[in-house]
Design a protein around this ligand. Structure first.
Ligand code: NDP
Length: 244
């Protein structure tokens, strides 16, 4: 039987894209999934679809930038399922733009969701995982967390930060807390809709012609979770075959 079966998994940003695909895939393998995001209608629809297919899912409306909401998310997960095995810090924004456009509000939002949200997630689950002497934190970085492109300075900065945080968890995990940094290339989701700079949006649309399906990333996440407790998949980069 898969190591995923029976695991309690919190997924942030579960209302679309990679989070939604991952929820479906893990629930099919027997995970108990806690779905978190801000859009309740999407979470209800996803919960219902998973339950209809025989899976186990619950949801909690959560803004990852609010620390109390992340703490409530962790508590609600423990109240329902008794433990937290995996946190997937997936919620993220990508409003790319050249620095000269001074879209400072968008810089702030990316820092809040992509970095602060990840840290609040870790703060919410780490004490429980330490009590359990076991846990797994999976963070969504990006190819842009390995390489900087024109227009990606701030987004890349947030994803480099995520990679650093993943490595920190690994080093401090002491054999109890596993850490996986997932770095996707172009994946067809709603992520590019947050780009407000028209020139950048046009360039990104061209790159995303080759985008792969969200389930490609869900499979990589499942691969990391299904390893036995003494194996930690630290880093996975998943690009479309055609992506330069
Ligand atoms: P989507 O735009 O489809 O999904 C983003 C998710 O984040 C949504 O569910 C959204 O839900 C949630 N979210 C945004 N802000 C908040 C918030 N404040 N609180 C809680 N949830 C929030 O994009 P993807 O699925 O593509 O992105 C998932 C992750 O993968 C991101 O971290 C992204 O950076 C990363 N990634 C994606 C790539 C791609 O090409 N698609 C490439 C590399 C990395 P809601 O609005 O309901 O709150």
């Amino acid at each position: 039987m898969s190591e995923i079966n029976g695991k309690v998994v919190i997924i942030t940003g579960a209302s679309s894209g990679l989070g939604e695909a991952t929820a479906h895939r893990l629930a099919k393998s027997g995970a108990k999934v806690m779905l978190a995001a801000r859009r309740e209608d999407r979470l209800v629809a996803l919960r219902d679809a998973i339950v209809e297919q025989g899976g186990d899912a619950i949801y909690k409306v959560t803004d990852v930038t609010e620390r109390e909401q992340m703490e409530s998310l962790a508590q609600a997960t423990k109240d329902a399922y008794g433990r937290i095995d995996v946190l997937i810090n997936n919620a993220g924004l990508m409003p790319l733009s050249p620095l000269d456009k001074l879209k400072v509000d968008e810089w702030d939002k990316m820092i809040d969701v992509n970095i602060r949200g990840v840290l609040y997630g870790i703060a919410a689950v780490l004490p429980t995982m330490r009590e359990q002497h076991a846990g797994h934190i999976i963070n969504l970085s990006s190819v842009a967390g390995h390489k900087v492109f024109p227009s990606s300075a701030v987004y890349s900065a947030t994803k480099y930060a995520v990679k650093a945080i993943s490595e920190g968890i690994r080093q401090e995990g002491e054999g109890e807390i596993r850490s996986t940094n997932i770095s996707p290339g172009a994946v067809a989701t709603e992520l590019t809709s947050t780009i407000s700079d028209s020139e950048t949006a046009k360039n990104v649309d061209e790159l995303y012609d080759m985008a792969i399906d969200a389930d490609a990333i869900a499979r990589a996440i499942a691969f990391a979770i299904e390893q036995p407790a003494d194996v930690d998949i630290n880093e996975l980069i998943i690009r479309p075959s055609k992506q330069p």
